[in-house]
Design a protein around this ligand. Sequence first.
Ligand code: NAD
Length: 320
Amino acid sequence: MDRRLGVCRLEVTGDGAPIREHARPEPSSGDSAAQHWHCHWHCSTTLLVLDDSLKQILRTPGLILWLTGAGVSAESGIPTFRGKEGYWQVGSRHYQPEEMATWAAFQEMPDEVWAWYLYRRSVCRGAEPNVAHRALAKAEERGGDLFLLVTQNVDGLHLRAGNTLDRTYQIHGNIDFMRCSRECLPAPVPLPEGIDLVWNKGRPVTERELQALKCPSCGTMTRPHVLWFDESYDEANFRFQSAIDAAQQASLVVVVGTSGGTSLPMHLGTIAAQRGVPMVVINPEPNPFSALVTRSGNGAFLSGAAGQWLPEIVDALPSA
Ligand code: NAD
């Protein structure tokens, strides 16, 4: 099946010529932003056909702000925080990510928190960018300075897919970096060599590794360079003001794979909605961002996976 043309083909043996083909139907007036067209003849794949109103929104001139969350990396095999794979066991207790990803937990059990992050880093390093990441890299290639990506993901997959650090604000940090826990370093530094990239769930940190994780400047224990649930955003580490400036300048906001459970992303969405900027929301489930679209009537909620929608969306964008 050729997804770009929206045509299903059944090849026959011998000369390989298609004996039957049928094109996708044109969306009819009054349809919602896109049609899910099921080919019941030859294949079970769902084609997504963007309709004219959505194409019109995507042609809005000016800066496009792309806001991504853990759902974009779900198709690379990295669990979201809402999945049940996220828990961590310490002794006989199971901790939820929202408990482990805190300054309070780090103060109480730094070795355990580091072990959890080194395991999560191993999951991220073992994953590959998926079609959604690649589509966003293409969007930057085409959009240039009219492209800006704000991501909550700490997995680095957007950068590995080809997005540039200049136009990618990692507002929750990057799991491959660490900072002095007393903030004596001017900037985060990469995790030292000698820390295993493959880390089985439950494996503790050794004394040698704990030594390697000390601050190279003052000798205090470092911490993962991520924003924890009991901490605040700032510009130096997390591009807080720059992200707000982008929401104030954007002409279109596309929100992909986030539950809306964290404050800055919701703030960015609210700024855009208050400015009357159209918003496109991609998620398998309705969420607070899709509620903003429903309330404003300005934009579209596209129900489904990031990888299902983003290639079509990016193909429909105008070139810079
Ligand atoms: P979340 O776990 O709260 O929500 C994930 C969202 O993705 C949900 O709304 C879910 O419906 C949606 N989703 C699931 N599969 C999807 C798919 N295939 N396509 C599109 N959407 C899909 O994640 P969040 O909103 O990003 O925020 C929670 C925090 O979790 C953030 O601080 C983030 O840094 C952290 N986190 C990051 C990663 C990562 O870096 N990959 C992974 C887990 C958690």
